[in-house]
Structures are given as structure tokens and as C-alpha cells.
Design a binder for this molecule. Sequence first.
Ligand code: FAD
Ligand code: NAG
Ligand code: NAG
Ligand code: NAG
Ligand code: NAG
Ligand code: NAG
Ligand code: NAG
Ligand code: NAG
Ligand code: NAG
Ligand code: NAG
Length: 643
Amino acid sequence: MRLVAAAVLSLAALAGAARRPSANLKRQVSQLRDKYDFVIVGGGTSGLTVADRLTAAFPAKTLLVVEYGDIHYAPGVFDPPTDWITANPDSPPAWSFTSLPCPDMGNQTAFVQAGQVVGGSSAVNGMFFDRGSRFDYDAWAEVGGPEFANSSTTWNWDTLFPYFKKSVTFTPPSPDIAQRYNYTWNLSAYGGDTPIYASFSSFQWADQPVLAKTWTEMGLEHAQECAGGDKQGICWVPASQDPVTARRSYSRLGHYTDVQPRANYDLLVNHQAVRVVYPNGLASGPPLVEVRTLADGSLFNVTVRGEVVLSAGALHTPTVLQRSGIGPSAFLTSAGIRPLLDLPGVGSNLQDHSGPPVTWNYSKPYDFFPLPSEMASNATFKADATAAFNATPARGPYTLAGGNSAIYVSLPRMDPDGYTTIVSDIRAMVANGSAASFLPADLRGDRAMAAGYDAQLLAIANLLANPAAPSLETPWATTEVPYATAWSFLLHPLSRGTVRLNLSDPLAQPVLDYRAGSNPVDMAVHLAQVRFLRGLLGTPTMRALGAVEVGPGAAVAASDALLADYVRQQITLSFMHPCCTAAMLPRDRGGVVGPDLRVHGAAGLRIVDMSVMPMLPGTHLSATAYAVAEKAADIIIQAWRRQ
Ligand SMILES: Cc1cc2nc3c(=O)[nH]c(=O)nc-3n(C[C@H](O)[C@H](O)[C@H](O)COP(=O)(O)OP(=O)(O)OC[C@H]3O[C@@H](n4cnc5c(N)ncnc54)[C@H](O)[C@@H]3O)c2cc1C
Ligand SMILES: *[C@@H]1O[C@H](CO)[C@@H](O)[C@H](O)[C@H]1NC(C)=O
Ligand SMILES: *[C@@H]1O[C@H](CO)[C@@H](O)[C@H](O)[C@H]1NC(C)=O
Ligand SMILES: *[C@@H]1O[C@H](CO)[C@@H](O)[C@H](O)[C@H]1NC(C)=O
Ligand SMILES: *[C@@H]1O[C@H](CO)[C@@H](O)[C@H](O)[C@H]1NC(C)=O
Ligand SMILES: *[C@@H]1O[C@H](CO)[C@@H](O)[C@H](O)[C@H]1NC(C)=O
Ligand SMILES: *[C@@H]1O[C@H](CO)[C@@H](O)[C@H](O)[C@H]1NC(C)=O
Ligand SMILES: *[C@@H]1O[C@H](CO)[C@@H](O)[C@H](O)[C@H]1NC(C)=O
Ligand SMILES: *[C@@H]1O[C@H](CO)[C@@H](O)[C@H](O)[C@H]1NC(C)=O
Ligand SMILES: *[C@@H]1O[C@H](CO)[C@@H](O)[C@H](O)[C@H]1NC(C)=O
């Protein structure tokens, strides 16, 4: 009885309660079928995309998604009743991690989250819906080496772009809104009709054009479109939201609730995939999937006929593998797990975006109205905003997720004199064999890991030397008290961290070791970027407003040592883009999956989520997660059609 009531309650919470969702919701293992053709671990951004495509392509094959979380209403990152983009009380559950201290960043810890809900991180993210530069994705092919470049499933910009287009429906703003804010776009970057929506808000805070003017005075140009592979200058970035209601668009709606019901599609919620099990050895896949009922801790094996796809995200996919005995053997042994397959790349190669701010205040009065602080200080304004959001079409501040513009700048553009030193330092550390010394201690001696890291550093050197490949992102900067703030994102970090099981509690959250700043080149790039960004204070617009720098300040910025101290103290170590912990690289480069996303050496097992990227692209990740999942789904569909 209780279970039925709970199911009815959560179904009532569905935004499209009138529609029957595509999958059959299961809450108990007793409701499952005897066997499934496909099992997908993790009903998040990538997992639901793949599930949708496979169940549509193969009506006669059964598919089960195993999801840790449940179905929840997922408001936008800035929706009523919030005052600003701080925690929305209605947000669905998310995991919160605090990393180990980073010794090279003043022992600071990274705070990272991941969605724990049907829809995964797409249900809790900031809805900033950009794509990387073409060079970011071409670098994946570069680090894969000739074996990967020649594969029929090459991963680069040209082969991913069609899937970026397919994965999303873009709706241009109305002509009057476009003219009001000078929105630009190019439809050739879009063209898909998947019900995952990208659209522009009909609202801007009053300081947006002021910042845009400042950027142009720093020599940056407005880009017509940044989602078509060329990402430089001042970019408009759509939000992942419905063009009419401005409500969050995410994988639970677009790949589950809003697609037609399918008899072959089951979704099991409130269950943790513990591990995959190969009763007859790794070559005899697909494995069984051992799931744990969260309510009582009981275990159950799901039998699979076709294959298993791990889509638990970059922080959890490695835990499923490690609990299965697939990972760095020495670590597994120390954890009391019998190693089945030595793949040192599992849980290694962790990357994320990080960066310090440049801050200032204004010494002269300004009349920017409205600013976000109005939401908290002015009840009339907030009531008007709420009414406007509930109108059709939605209007007003609540339709603007956070901000929807950013600048993207290459290192040669920011530091024309210094960038060659940075680039040649990276190449030298590869050439003289010292690069591997920056890997985690227990991976330094591993030849494959060292070879993969060398390949990545050379690819990053090429990115940092490329005047058309952005190294810095600064999202829309606020003018708010106490300080106006412009963040300096490091888009291509060289440091590498780890995700590993907690030895005393392997079923709980893993231990994250970010190791930020462990490769000293990252600090050199931070310094160059902060120095460039400080240039905004000297622009005519900022001088006219009497901008006074708060941090780092001219005296600090003049000294490498002081500025590095500033970075260590002020840096935010995660912008919530963890990735790359089961990298698509050859096995002799420390890879975990091949270009077909099959785990090296384990039959019937693939990975499709943000852990398969070998290197972090210069973008927030959700659009890339959808595109990777779309391409992966095609690869899997082709493979089963051939059988
Ligand atoms: C707070 C936050 C803000 C962000 N802001 C932005 C942004 O503004 N723009 C942007 O583009 N990107 C943003 N991102 C990043 C982006 O949303 C994610 O990188 C992307 O959605 C990850 O997709 P995924 O498929 O790899 O994993 P997820 O979408 O996280 O899916 C993983 C799923 O697996 C489930 N799971 C985990 N372990 C298990 C298990 N053992 N058994 C069963 N299920 C399991 C989880 O519950 C989850 O549903 C943000 C992320 C966060 C967390
Ligand atoms: C970081 O922590 C380590 C271990 O506790 C300590 O030895 C070191 O001095 C700390 N570093 C800083 C900058 O506080
Ligand atoms: C990859 O293709 C190139 C050009 O076709 C060829 O020269 C090279 O030998 C191929 N490499 C591998 C490993 O197959
Ligand atoms: C839009 O562009 C025009 C022409 O370049 C410019 O005059 C105007 O100030 C811009 N408006 C905004 C809001 O940026
Ligand atoms: C849109 O982009 C395409 C491809 O880059 C380009 O050929 C075309 O000229 C652009 N359209 C406009 C209107 O600028
Ligand atoms: C799952 O299968 C494995 C291998 O056959 C077995 O060792 C394990 O006990 C099973 N688990 C459950 C819960 O049945
Ligand atoms: C700006 O910040 C500086 C440094 O914190 C402070 O001294 C000054 O009073 C501030 N000015 C205004 C106008 O807030
Ligand atoms: C509060 O907001 C309303 C509605 O936008 C506006 O008219 C009014 O001027 C604001 N009040 C103050 C004190 O800024
Ligand atoms: C290798 O090159 C790096 C970068 O130039 C340098 O810092 C390091 O000292 C060199 N190491 C050796 C062993 O030569
Ligand atoms: C590991 O798990 C234990 C028990 O839950 C917890 O006390 C400890 O803090 C965890 N360790 C780390 C490094 O997170």
C-alpha cells in the first residue's frame, strides 16, 4: 500500500502529469523481468538519452535503467521562490562531495555536486547550455593516436557536430527581444527536434550591456554564434529551458516523460548498482548487474542478454567498476577487492574547471536598474517577477537562469609575450620525461598512464598555442555587493586527480583527490589569465564608473609569488564539471574504453557518460553529455543491427 501511495505521489509531481511516461516505473526488484537485453546503470543526462534511443530502435528488445534516485520535480536554477541562484528549496537531491585538501592550492578542498535523481545532473545544473570549441574535441582524436583516429568511430568535432545538432531543439528569440539585447545566433549550428530545449531569456539585468561594452573595449568581438565550433570573443549562450514556459529542460523530461510510452522500457528507481559480475570470466559477457535496494540493503542480480552500459557519471561510474574488480590492481588489493582486470585509468585522470575571481567595486554612483539584489530587497519587484514567470509566455528575471553570456579567450590573445614559454615548458616536460612525476604517486611508474599523460600534455600545449582555441572563460559578471566579480575559468587544466572507493565504506561516496595545481603549469596559466582579466578595470567604461579593484590589486598582480598566493586563497576548485575518469584512450595510454566505448578487456560492457572524455573541453558539460550519448547510442544501435 505504502509503495503504491508513494508511486502515485511522485507521478503527480510530474510536470506533464497528463502524459504517460515512456518507461514503466519499477520500485521493487520483484517487479522486474527475468532478463533484459540492455541494462543501463544511471538514469541521468547520458543514461536516459541512450535508453530513449535504444528502446525506440529495438521495440523487441527489453531495456532496464537502474537509478539511485527517484522522480522529482526539478525547478530551474533560478525559479520562484528563490531570490537568486543559491539553493532552491524545491531542488531534487544531489550528492555533495568535499575533496581531500589540495596541497598545491593552500590545502583548499573542492566542493562538487552531482544529481541523485532521475535526470541526473541535468536536473540540478546551472542550465548554461554551451558547447566547446572544435579544437577541444579534435584533441580527443589527437590523444587517441593513430589507432583511434583511423577507427570507424572516430571522435572529433566533425563527427560529434551532427550529434550536437540532433540532441537539442533550438528556438530563436522573437525579433523584438533579439533586437532589445542584440542576441545573435546561427541556425546552421542547430536543426534537431529532440525535446531537449535551448532558448534565450527575454530578460537581462541592467549591467549586462555594461559588461559587454567593457569586453569590447578590451578588444574582444561579439561572436555571431559560438555553438558551431568557433568559440571566441563575446558569446551568447542559450539556457536549457523551454522557450515558452522557461522551465528547466532536462533528460527526465526530454528522454522519458515527453516521449511516447514503450512496452520494452523499464526504469527501476531507488536502487544502487553495486557492481557488475562475470560468473564465467571477463570474456563471457555481458555481466550480471548486482543492485542494492536502498530501502533495506538487500542485493539482487539482474541478468542481461545483450550488454551493460555504465552511465553513473564521472564520480560514480569508477566506483561501480572498482567494486567489480576493474581498476588499478594495487589499489583494489589494498581495498580488499580481488582484481579481475588491471585498468589503472579507472578513477584516474580526474579533471574539472577551476579558477579565481577578479573583484572590484564602483566609487561613483551608478543607476543600473534592475540588478539581482532587487529580488531580495524589493518585495514588489519579486512579486512582479513571479507573476511574469507564471505568464504565457514566461517573462522577467526568473526566465534568466543565471546569465547567458560569457567571454572565451585564447592564451596567445591574453599573453602574447608569455604564452610561448608556457607552451615550451609543457613540451619540455614531455620531452625530458618528467611529466609523469606530476601524476598521483601510485601511477607515476605506470608506463601506460605516463604515455597517456604525455599525449594529453602535448595536445594541451597545442591548444594553448592556438590563437583560436579559448583557454579562459569568464561568464557574465555580476555588479553586486559587496563586490563585482569576474571569474577566470581555467579551461584546460594539466593537473590530474583521482576518484577512489572509500576503503572503510566502499558502498558510500568515493574519495575525491583533486590534486589541483599539482602540475605547476596550471598556476602559470592562472597568472596569465588573471592579469589579462584585470585589464577590464582600465577600460573607459569602468573608469567612467570609478571602478576600484578589490582583488587581486595592482601590487599583488605585479608579483608572481603574491599573485600565486592570491590564486591559492581565492580559487574555487570546482565549477561542477568533473570528468574523464574512465577515459577513451588506447589501453597502452591508460585508457578504459575504446572508440566504441567498450571497456578494454571486459565483454558486454560499455561506458557512456562524462567519464569517457579523455580531456575536459572548454565548456559546461551538459550539451556535450547529450551529444556524446547520442553518438554512443548510434554506435550501439549499429552494432546490434549488424548481429
Ligand atoms: C550543480 C551543478 C551545476 C552544473 N552546471 C552546469 C551548467 O550550468 N551547464 C552545463 O552544461 N553543465 C553543468 N553541470 C554539469 C553537467 O550537468 C554534468 O556534467 C552532466 O549532466 C553529467 O552527465 P552524466 O550523464 O555524466 O552524469 P549524471 O547526469 O550526473 O547522471 C548520473 C546518474 O547516475 C546515477 N547513479 C550514480 N551512481 C549510481 C549507481 N551506483 N547506481 C545507480 N545509479 C547511479 C545518478 O543518480 C545520476 O542520475 C553542472 C553540474 C552540477 C552538479
Ligand atoms: C597542508 O596540510 C599539510 C598536512 O596537514 C601541512 O603539512 C601543510 O603545511 C599544509 N599547507 C598549508 C599551505 O597550509
Ligand atoms: C591510419 O591511416 C593512415 C592514413 O590512411 C595510415 O597511413 C596509417 O598507417 C593508419 N594507421 C593505423 C594504425 O592503422
Ligand atoms: C546593440 O547594438 C547596437 C549597434 O551595434 C548598439 O548601438 C546598441 O547599444 C546595442 N544594444 C545593447 C543593449 O547592447
Ligand atoms: C552561419 O554559419 C555558417 C557555417 O559557419 C556560415 O556558412 C553562414 O554564413 C552563417 N550564416 C550567417 C547568416 O552568417
Ligand atoms: C550474483 O551472482 C554472483 C555470481 O554468480 C554471486 O556470487 C552472487 O552471490 C549473486 N548475488 C546475489 C544477490 O544473488
Ligand atoms: C571599495 O572597496 C575598497 C576596498 O575594499 C574599499 O576601501 C572602498 O571603501 C570600497 N568603495 C566603495 C564605494 O564601496
Ligand atoms: C521596486 O521594484 C519596483 C518594480 O520594478 C520598482 O518600480 C521600484 O522602483 C522598486 N523600488 C525601489 C526602492 O527600487
Ligand atoms: C624538464 O623540463 C621541465 C620544463 O622545462 C623542467 O622544469 C625540468 O626541470 C626538466 N627536468 C629534467 C629532469 O630535465
Ligand atoms: C570514509 O567513510 C567513513 C565512514 O563512512 C567516513 O568516516 C570517512 O570520512 C570517509 N573518508 C573519506 C576520506 O571521505
